[in-house]
Design a protein. Structure first.
Length: 162
């Protein structure tokens, strides 16, 4: 799978057959407020909470889907349905290359996200490699964890694109 920037504050997520799964549209340059639109027309909203925006509420219409939080160690955690334990944990592991590992509750690797700036396209591209069989089979889970990875990429790179 892969994701790439397709315009100002806009990204597309593609499956292994290079078919678009979803589009992520940020409201502005310096905000984490965004809307993801899946190919079936479903819209998922990401709404930052608090002064620093380190907590993001994820909703579909009026239904709460998840909460994304940054912890003090720089990890991003995804909590479903007001759970006390995170369903997914996203950890930054790269030094020369921006790389993140998505883990489940048992700290098993689920997927790897690698971000690169392509000078030839003057755009960011992200490679998403599953580390487990049937990793993130639900499209909503994939989009939510993809947004969490984008959130961490933006924080690490200090830019609105990475």
């Amino acid at each position: 799978m892969k994701a790439e920037s397709i315009g100002l504050r806009k990204y597309a997520l593609f499956n292994d057959k290079n078919e678009r799964i979803a589009t992520l549209n940020y409201e502005g340059w310096l905000t984490y407020r965004a809307t993801a639109e899946l190919t079936d027309g479903t819209k998922i909203n990401f709404e930052p909470q608090g002064f620093w925006g380190q907590t993001i509420e994820v909703e579909q219409e009026d239904e709460h889907l998840a909460t994304i939080k940054m912890d003090w160690l720089g990890n991003v955690k995804v909590f479903y349905e007001k759970a006390e334990e995170p369903t997914f944990i996203l950890k930054y592991t790269g030094f020369w290359q921006t790389k993140m590992i998505l883990q489940d509750r048992q700290k098993n690797g689920i997927a790897e996200f690698v971000g690169r700036f392509r000078w030839s396209k003057f755009a960011y591209e992200y490679e998403i490699t599953p580390l487990a069989e049937n990793a993130l089979p639900d499209t909503k889970d994939l989009v939510i964890t993809w947004f969490a990875a984008m959130y961490l990429f933006k924080l690490v790179s200090g830019s609105s694109g990475g």
